[in-house]
Design a binder for this molecule. Structure first.
Ligand SMILES: CC(C)(COP(=O)(O)OP(=O)(O)OC[C@H]1O[C@@H](n2cnc3c(N)ncnc32)[C@H](O)[C@@H]1OP(=O)(O)O)[C@@H](O)C(=O)NCCC(=O)NCCS
Length: 202
């Protein structure tokens, strides 16, 4: 599906004006991880999508933070992947919004912002594993993913994609894999450090 809607992102938002979205900063990492723990629980590291992210860094310019004042309330990152033989693809996620500000359009704003920026940077398609009823509104469907596989267990009808370039995923079959870029030891180290509990048990 062509993501023509990205070009016409609605200007009206339900998002309160004090909520802002900007590129993720290193100082966001601890709060981001806390939010992801709260949203997904400890099982988040067992997800197949995590196999495509662990020890790597997101695509340049494609990690976003939503803030309410100074408080981090939302996170979304996109990761470079190869889908079968299809290049120029991204994996979207994890997307999480703090539970007390859900339903105000912050998640949608993050997704639209990320898709617009990914398209601007020349990527051809975005993939994700997620709930179709949520992601359909952005142009995602399982129509082009039937012959693709994730590196681990996943529900087939939750593997979704949207194309910026029509036909970008046409005929794509096989494993979705992390882009050849070498895993970043630094990203892995930062992630491990922020997961160390601040308060040690007595
Ligand atoms: C899913 C999530 C990111 C949505 O963020 P949000 O800021 O509340 O989303 P928005 O305000 O942009 O959109 C809210 C709409 O999406 C719907 N929605 C939210 N989660 C949904 C889901 N999993 N499936 C279908 N619809 C969903 C809401 O019912 C609401 O519908 P409405 O517009 O008709 O009222 C947020 O609920 C969240 O962080 N959940 C926990 C983590 C998670 O599940 N992440 C997504 C992984 S697939």
């Amino acid at each position: 599906m062509m993501l023509s809607a990205v070009a016409s992102l609605p200007q009206q938002h339900r998002r309160p004006s004090r909520i802002t979205i900007r590129g993720e900063r290193r100082s966001d990492v601890a709060a981001r991880e806390e939010l992801l723990d709260a949203a997904f629980g400890p099982g988040r590291f067992a997800k197949s999508s995590e196999r495509l992210r662990e020890g790597r860094v997101p695509a340049r310019g494609l990690a976003f933070t939503a803030l309410d004042g100074k408080r981090l309330i939302g996170t979304l990152r996109l990761w470079p992947v190869t889908a079968g033989a299809a290049r120029g693809c991204l994996l979207l996620g994890p997307l999480a919004i703090a539970s007390d500000v859900r339903g105000r359009g912050v998640g949608a704003d993050l997704v639209w912002r990320a898709l617009r920026e990914a398209k601007r940077r020349g990527y051809r398609a975005v993939l994700l594993v997620g709930d179709p009823p949520y992601y359909q509104r952005f142009g995602f469907s399982a129509g082009n993913t039937g012959c693709l596989r994730m590196p681990g267990p996943y529900e087939r009808d939750r593997l979704l994609a949207c194309e910026f370039v029509a036909g970008a995923l046409k005929g794509a079959r096989g494993m979705i894999s992390a882009d050849r870029r070498r895993p970043s030891w630094f990203a892995g180290m930062i992630d491990r450090v922020v997961r160390i509990p601040v308060t040690q048990p007595a």
